[in-house]
Design a protein around this ligand. Structure first.
Ligand code: ADP
Ligand code: MG
Length: 261
């Protein structure tokens, strides 16, 4: 490559197979003040991959996920999402947030807006979609998560499982190419977990690139093509689910699995 490269070429040069790669992370490190929370994270996510991130509480799973859509800033190494390098440039952040949807443990719906309004807000303000079209898109995704009849209610009138499905629909309304989930079922009563997991399974079957932090190992076995195990800010081990569960390599993974399975 010539000495004078455009930003785009610099990005590309760090990527192994260009468009086939959804997320590339190279030697990424993050600190909270003096606390070194993520250490030399290397990770390549191909388009269409369904990755489950597992690991003990405090191992850095949420921080990693939050770095990928720049809710947190990393200090060292590269993160390239959809061909866009995450730098302090605000323009890049806007682009990334448009491509990457995120669902949290607590659904973070706007309580004073109806379900429909929750779903049309970002498309109207960020994507500048006309209201009528935004509402059609919202209804399409509310049907997909099987609660179109709740469109005119407020979040407080819905069960936890329904609210989480709204949160997923709301993300999908932005037509993201990548979805990040951070323990989306952890705050739910057991009988509501399945309805949210079913929605996620459907998304996976449609080919969405997904990164899910979850303790639902049944979901990992059913849906993931790869499980990444983190401990103390590092990726300790990763493998396809069958190998990961039946033949864990590191002592830390074995200990973790013995505690949760
Ligand atoms: P996990 O999601 O795996 O439970 P987190 O990424 O939430 O782990 O946290 C990793 C570590 O970083 C924990 O020790 C946590 O206390 C610490 N931590 C998380 N967020 C912050 C923050 N905003 N400031 C300082 N420390 C934090
Ligand atoms: Mg967490």
């Amino acid at each position: 490559m010539s000495q004078i490269a455009t930003d785009r070429e610099i990005d590309r040069s760090k990527m192994a197979v260009s468009d086939e790669i959804a997320i590339q992370i190279n030697k990424m490190n993050k600190w909270y003040g003096a606390f070194h929370v993520l250490r030399d994270i290397d990770m390549t996510v191909q388009r269409g991959e369904r990755i489950v991130i597992a690991g003990p509480s405090g191992s850095g799973k949420s921080t990693l996920i939050r770095c990928i859509n720049r809710l947190e800033e990393h200090q060292k190494g590269d993160i390239i999402v959809d061909g866009i390098e995450l730098t302090s440039d605000l323009k890049n952040i806007d682009k990334i947030r448009r491509e990457v949807g995120m669902c949290f443990q607590h659904f973070n719906l706007f309580p004073h807006l109806t379900i429909l309004e929750n779903c049309t807000l970002a498309p109207m303000w960020v994507r500048k979609t006309p209201k009528k079209e935004a509402e059609e898109i919202a209804m399409h995704f509310l049907e997909k998560v099987k609660i179109p009849e709740q469109a005119d209610k407020y979040p407080g009138q819905l069960s936890g499982g329904q609210q989480q499905r709204v949160a997923i629909a709301r993300s999908l309304c932005m037509k993201p190419r990548i979805m990040l989930f951070d323990e989306p079922t952890s705050a739910l009563d057991p009988e509501m977990i399945k309805e949210v997991l079913d929605t996620m399974v459907e998304l996976a079957e449609e080919g969405m690139t997904m990164l899910c932090v979850t303790h639902e190992m049944g979901f990992a076995k059913q849906v993931a093509n790869r499980v990444i195990f983190m401990d103390a800010g590092q990726i300790v081990e990763q493998n396809e689910p069958e190998e990961f569960f039946n033949n864990p390599k590191s002592e830390r993974t074995k200990l973790f699995l013995s505690q949760i399975l």
